[in-house]
Design a protein around this ligand. Structure first.
Ligand code: FDA
Length: 281
C-alpha cells in the first residue's frame, strides 16, 4: 500500500465493497447507520456512465440485509455531463433497484455548474419515487429557495455547507454568513418535517439543530445527524448514546483522490493529520 493510500484510509473505508461493508457492520454494532458511496467523479461518455450505474446497482444489492441499503451517488458519475436523458434513465434505474430491496438513494450535490441539472433530475425521479433524497448546500445563495421548494414537496434533504469553492456572486463566502444561513435552513427543514439530515461536524451547528428540534418538540426519530467517515468518531458515539440518529458517509473504491483532496482543503486539521503521519508515521 502506498503512503498516500495509507493516509487516505482515515477518510476512505477501503478499495472494495467488502471493506466498506466491514466498516458498515462495525458502525451498526454501535448503533450507527451508514450511507455508502462508491467513489468516482465525472464520466465523459455513455459507456463509462452505464458501467458506473451497474457498479452502484451491484452495491445496492450487495449490502447485507442487516445493514440499511442506503447509498449516496453523484450524478456526474451517472452521465450528467454527457446527456440529461442518460443521467435521468440511469438514476431512475438505481432508485428503482433500491426500491426493490427497500433501499434509499441520496443524490449528492456537486459544484455549481451542476446544481440546476442535479435538481432537475432529482425532481423528475422524485415524482415517481419516495426512496430518493437530495443534498442542498447552505453556502449557495439560491439554497433558501431550493429548501422552500423541497419543504413544500416533502422531499428528504441532507443539508451541508458545501464542499466546492464557489464565486461570491452566487455563494456566501464568510463562514459566519454560511453558519447563519445553515441555522436558518436547519430550522425550516426541521419544521418541514420530512426527516431532514443535518450533515456537519461543526459543533455549534449540531447543537443548534438539537436545540431547535427540542424547541419544536421533535423526537430523535424525526431527523438524523450525518458526518463523514473518519471525522469526529467520538462525537458519533456520544450522540447515539444520547439517543440521536447518526449516519456516517462511508466512501470506498479506487477513485479516492478527488474526495481525499476535498477533505484536505476543507480543514487545516486534516492537513495537519496527514503531515504528522508523513513525518512520524
Ligand atoms: P467545517 O470543516 O466547516 O468545520 C467547522 C467546525 O466544525 C470546526 O471549527 C470545528 O468546531 C468542527 N469540526 C470539524 N471537524 C472536526 C473534527 N474532526 N474534530 C473536531 N471538530 C471538528 N458537500 C457537498 O458539497 N455535497 C455533498 O453532497 C456533501 N455531502 C456530505 C455528506 C455528509 C454526511 C457530510 C458530513 C458532509 C457532506 N458534504 C457535502 C461536505 C460539506 O459540504 C462540508 O464541506 C464539510 O462537512 C465541512 O463542513 P463542516 O460543517 O462539517 O465543518
Amino acid at each position: 500500500m502506498g503512503v498516500l493510500t495509507f493516509l487516505a484510509r482515515r477518510f476512505v473505508a477501503g478499495e472494495t465493497a467488502d471493506a466498506a461493508m466491514g466498516v458498515g457492520r462495525r458502525l451498526a454494532a454501535e448503533g450507527i447507520r451508514a450511507t455508502f458511496d462508491l467513489l468516482g467523479e465525472n464520466t465523459h461518455d455513455e459507456r463509462t456512465a452505464r458501467r458506473s450505474a451497474e457498479a452502484v446497482a451491484a452495491l445496492i444489492r450487495a449490502i447485507p440485509p442487516e445493514l440499511e441499503r442506503n447509498v449516496s451517488i453523484k450524478l456526474t458519475q451517472m452521465g450528467l455531463d454527457v446527456s440529461r436523458d442518460l443521467c435521468l434513465e440511469l438514476t431512475r434505474g438505481l432508485v428503482q433497484t433500491a426500491r426493490e430491496v427497500s433501499g434509499f438513494i441520496r443524490i449528492d450535490m456537486e459544484g455549481s455548474p451542476f446544481t440546476q441539472a442535479t435538481l432537475d433530475v432529482f425532481r423528475a425521479v422524485r415524482r415517481d419515487y419516495d426512496n430518493v433524497g437530495i443534498v442542498l448546500q447552505a453556502s449557495l445563495r439560491r439554497t433558501e429557495n431550493d429548501v422552500a421548494e423541497c419543504v413544500a414537496r416533502g422531499d428528504r434533504v441532507r443539508l451541508c455547507k458545501g464542499a466546492y469553492k464557489e464565486p461570491a456572486a452566487i455563494a456566501w463566502t464568510r463562514m459566519d454568513e454560511i453558519r447563519e444561513v445553515y441555522r436558518r435552513l436547519t430550522r425550516r427543514l426541521l419544521e418541514g418535517g420530512a426527516y431532514p439530515a443535518i450533515a456537519t461536524h461543526d459543533e455549534s451547528l449540531i447543537r443548534h439543530a438539537l436545540d431547535t428540534a427540542r424547541e419544536l418538540g421533535l423526537g430523535p426519530e424525526r431527523f438524523e445527524l450525518q458526518m463523514l467517515y473518519g471525522l469526529r468518531p467520538r462525537r458519533w458515539r456520544e450522540l447515539v448514546r444520547d439517543g440521536f440518529r447518526v449516519r456516517i458517509y462511508v466512501p470506498y473504491g479506487t477513485h479516492w483522490i478527488p474526495y481525499f483532496y476535498r477533505r484536505l482543503r476543507e480543514r487545516k486539521e486534516n492537513v495537519t493529520f496527514v503531515l504528522r503521519n508523513l513525518l512520524h508515521g
